[in-house]
Design a protein around this ligand. Sequence first.
Ligand SMILES: [Zn+2]
Length: 179
Amino acid sequence: MLLHRDPSDPARRAVELAQRGRMILDVATADLEAAEQRLGPFHATSWHFRQALAEAGRSWDRLRAEFGGPALESALSQPPITFLTLGAEDGELPPVVLIPIAGRTYRAEKIAGTPLAPTQWRLTRLSPPLEHGPYYACRLRDGSTQCDCAEWTYQVADGARPARPLCKHLAALAALGWL
Ligand SMILES: [Zn+2]
């Protein structure tokens, strides 16, 4: 697995840079949208985030120039090998943890489990936001995993109960060793 390769391994490095670059771009996009909605397009904060987004866009273009578009696409389709932690340095609010799943950025929050489902995660897509709220992905007491997304529901209806995770959300959490 790429995650366990040496950080200097070129293939691993390309995937990590692509996944981080995509998340930074998505964060900058979400920040700018929120600032514009709350403060208007000409507020100093909105200008600041517009600059940040432009910088993230330039970094992304540099990655594309270095690795090529197809390599970036393929890197984004890999299970996550990295995540971003935002904020929390002042300790006032819990940190925001972001993970890349299939080219999209999700906020991952570990939430209180239940006896039946001891490990539970709430996954909220950053940009564009999900229409039907966050996904809930969990590991049940019997060791099986479950998600409430359409992909998982479809796979289960298909009758399979394999050991591997049935959707990209569960596969991502499993790849990080969080499930
Ligand atoms: Zn899912």
